[in-house]
Design a protein around this ligand. Sequence first.
Ligand SMILES: Nc1ncnc2c1ncn2[C@@H]1O[C@H](COP(=O)(O)OP(=O)(O)O)[C@@H](O)[C@H]1O
Ligand SMILES: [Mg+2]
Length: 350
Amino acid sequence: MTQRKTRVAVVFGGRSSEHEVSCQSAKSVLPHLDPDRFEVVPVGITPQGQWALGMDPNALEAGAGNLPTLRNRTDVVAIEPGQALKDVDVVFPLLHGAWGEDGTIQGLLELGGLPYVGPGVFASAAAMDKIFAKKILQAEGLPVGRFVALDRAATTLTLDEREHLGLPVFVKPSRAGSSVGISKISDWADLDAAIFEARQHDPKVIIEAAVPNVREIECAVLEFPDGHVEASLPAELRPVAEGVEWYDFNAKYVDDSYEADIPAKLDDDITAKLREMAVTAFRALDCQGLSRVDFFLTEDDELIINELNTMPGFTPISMYPKAWEATGIDFGTLLTTLIETAIARGAGLR
Ligand SMILES: Nc1ncnc2c1ncn2[C@@H]1O[C@H](COP(=O)(O)OP(=O)(O)O)[C@@H](O)[C@H]1O
Ligand SMILES: [Mg+2]
């Protein structure tokens, strides 16, 4: 007798500014899911929030940045989420950013009693919100950079806050990703415009002191079906083009201004410390399943945690799968592990 395959809904697209990145993630995940074990149900969410079956991520038109998109589809037959997820065993919410990576779809799946890949409602929401994530990491004694949370009502920084931060600063939407809405400014005269830009994406804004000559190191954390958690070898993102200042949207997905060292070239003691800190941060935010923990390494070899991504990119160039590959877990095995961990965890409070 052959066992029925596990039916996995891969939910992709979504309403956030990272819609296209999510479509690209789905495009690279689908062919790597073990066809002997899994029956895949692709579930697309349009930028307008319509759910639809029958959208093949590998047959999507290219949109912004030459990434696949559901943006201009006129053939979408919208259905209810419950209908789209009917009869599935487990859900892979491959959504990045708001309305996906932030606890919202996780809440829907909890209500429906469906197991899903990745952290639960609280961890997803906390990690998505750079302000809350930093507060929790700080409370756990983990190092974060200097920052000011700009209240929804506040329009600018006070003189004291400016002094505390110093220039340059990064002005960011608290809940976004893929570098959208972020500005680096070196003159306070540009602050209001930068806040305005960040608020196009989120009324909550965070302003951070820029770390000079920063090295950017990312570490992939994975939970196994038996509950143990491991950190991958760290990977470094290094600017290689002239005049590149930071890892913006173009550097991430469009041009070749950054290269990756996988694994990162670091002293063994820093590597060990970083991997341990990644797991501590994962637990501090009550993550489950997976997270990519992004660090800054300062000129003085100090580690700072920049952020956690609870549903990091899964594109062919994405660091999460690449870091695991370098640590000895290939893409297919990684996806199987994520799904099996989700099933082992099951639904409900845990
Ligand atoms: N405090 C900082 N100091 C130096 N560089 C920073 C700082 N904050 C952000 N950056 C740069 O901006 C990029 C995007 O910021 P990040 O907080 O990771 O936002 P996102 O969630 O969009 O990835 C980082 O990868 C880094 O290149
Ligand atoms: Mg980032």
